[in-house]
Ligand binder design. Structure first.
Ligand code: AMP
Ligand code: MG
Length: 425
């Protein structure tokens, strides 16, 4: 794999320039091709899926002009004293044309009777028996009437292909009477952890060992993205075992994610191993946390062979680095592969409540807690520990502080960019 600073097999070279995050992002973006396959799912199952086609509205929504308030429907410009000729309720229209000198008692959502264009709210009316009186000057023509098609007009694209279906969209599809939706097939992601020191939940923790947490954060992050995730467990640091796991993962998935085994000490070993069936670059990213990253393509039946292949991300082992690399690099790739057209995660400025040491020349993602004070001003405080192994900093935080590549030290009160976890995660 030719990369802007191809460090394949030479990741330990001290002369290799760290790769700017934006360069890595652009490179990954170019390597992704969206999934074409389409599935048809029942309306409820379309939640969080990616629309494969534009949804063209088969009807006007609402289908008829209707009342926006409880009151009396009448023809604007008519007299301000009218006879109540009948009633219209939601689902029960008034069944004839409203004549001169007449009005119709109407409830919210009821179709506007023929001959009427305006609704006077009931609280502005004095009713005496079958007659009403009100001040016609205070009611504009067409007031309190919702027009047919004002929500969605027949023949227009109500939702565009590439849209991720959110709760409002599901309701909107229902309002059109759509029972079945064409969506893209879900992206399949296989993942496993590497490391002789890893123990799985439920096993005793031997001396010098740690529980495998990366598989759980990966599982959770993938679940939020609504991909089809395949958990392949823990694989020991043995070339044969890792090679077998990578080949089998690449056979069954579109994307393979691993954690661990790409740091300077391990990269040569992984590079040699993937050389026969992969095209993988080992990057040192100008990013913190998450410096080492392997990225490329794997062909389970041999390098460059036709047939199936999978994108490969070899994430670092440190638990925070895994999450940051996922959100900053893998996330976008999975969204693009899913066929979704989605905006980048929300980012806005907040005043830093602490000084931050920052060296220009790398992008940093600090775990932080953002709060909004009574005056509506946002401020943000980094969590106490910023170690790339300190997963509790991710639990404690509600956002990343994003310090751009060229940024230097930050002083107290200076605005910094923050990326809230909600909406992102
Ligand atoms: P590595 O990149 O394999 O050298 O791992 C870097 C650090 O992350 C080491 O301290 C590992 O023990 C830790 N680590 C690696 N994989 C995991 C995992 N799946 N869960 C928790 N910690 C891990
Ligand atoms: Mg390891």
């Amino acid at each position: 794999m030719t990369t802007p600073n191809d460090t394949s097999g030479s990741s330990s070279s001290p002369t290799a320039q760290p790769l700017p995050l934006e360069t890595a992002r652009a490179f990954i973006r170019d390597a992704v091709t969206p999934i074409e396959a389409i599935e048809y799912v029942a309306l409820r199952a379309a939640l969080n899926r990616v629309l494969a086609q534009d949804i063209v509205s088969p009807i006007d929504v609402p289908a008829h002009d209707n009342a926006a308030m409880d009151g009396y429907a009448f023809a604007h410009g008519a007299l301000s004293s009218l006879v109540v000729a009948g009633e219209a309720r939601a689902g029960h229209p008034f069944d004839r044309t409203c004549g001169a000198g007449e009005c119709v008692r109407i409830m919210t959502g009821a179709p506007m009777p023929a001959g009427c264009d305006t609704v006077v709210p009931q609280e502005l009316v004095t009713r005496t028996g079958a007659n009403i009186a009100f001040d016609a000057q205070t009611i504009a023509p067409g007031a309190n009437c919702r027009r047919a098609g004002e929500d969605l007009a027949r023949g227009r694209a109500a939702l565009k292909a590439g849209r991720i279906v959110r709760p409002a969209d599901l309701g909107l599809l229902a309002s059109l009477g759509v029972a079945e939706v064409a969506v893209r097939r879900r992206v399949r992601v296989a993942f496993f952890s590497t490391g002789d020191e890893l123990r799985s939940v439920g096993e005793p923790l031997d001396t010098g060992c740690v529980y495998d947490s990366n598989r759980y954060t990966l599982h959770a992050m993938l679940a939020r993205l609504d991909v089809e995730a395949l958990d392949l467990g823990v694989v020991r640091d043995e070339p044969d075992a890792i090679e077998a796991a990578l080949r089998s993962a690449a056979k069954s998935a579109d994307v393979v994610l691993t954690s661990g085994g790409v740091s300077v000490g391990d990269a040569d070993f992984t590079a040699r191993m993937t050389a026969t069936f992969g095209d993988v670059a080992f990057w040192q990213l100008a990013m913190r946390p998450g410096r080492p990253l392997a990225f490329g393509r794997l062909w389970p039946d041999g390098r460059g062979a036709g047939g199936t292949s999978a994108l490969f991300f070899g994430l670092p082992g440190n638990p925070v680095a895994v999450m940051v690399s996922f959100y900053q690099l893998v996330h976008d790739a999975l969204v693009a592969m899913s066929g979704a057209i989605a905006p980048r995660p929300l980012q806005f400025a907040a005043a830093s409540s602490a000084p931050i040491k920052k060296r220009p020349g790398r992008t940093e993602f600090l775990r932080a807690v953002a709060t909004r004070d009574k005056t509506g001003t946002w401020s943000v405080t980094p969590t106490r520990s910023q170690g790339s192994g300190v997963l509790s900093s991710m639990s404690e935080a509600n956002c990343f502080i994003v310090l751009a590549h060229g940024q230097g030290d930050v002083s107290v009160g200076e605005p910094v960019d923050i990326m809230p976890f909600e909406g992102l995660i």
